[in-house]
Design a protein around this ligand. Sequence first.
Ligand SMILES: [Zn+2]
Length: 149
Amino acid sequence: MYRFSRAIYRELVDDIIDGSSPGTGGVSNREAVLRACEHTVERLGRDRYSFYRPARRLILDIRPYFPLAAQARMRCVVEHYIASADEFLTAQLSEGFDLAGHPLACRALTRRSVPCQRVPLVHNGYCPSHQHLADEADQRLLASASRAA
Ligand SMILES: [Zn+2]
């Protein structure tokens, strides 16, 4: 997955404002951008189903490190590569394995509180018997997203 964060960084590095920003403990702007890209891609791989609008999140995180004139291009680059990363992830998950090569299992617990072992659907990570949980999770995510906005 890091090839996606590195690709974003490589495309954007020349536009990053030189130096470091106040309150970062001397971390250079370039390093801050690289870390934010890596963090986003890492979380996408690990926590995709509860990561609401990852491209938008990353754009907000790194926007302060770019001059106004470079921000439109930065947004395009981020959206492009996060969409590619998501496509890659979808393809990988449709094979029935996670990024580490482990077989996928449903995200739900059974009535006996053990993890459900059935094969999940790619778009939400729940098996057909637990789709109602996916709907509830969506509702919660939307509610928390609208509170945050
Ligand atoms: Zn299940």
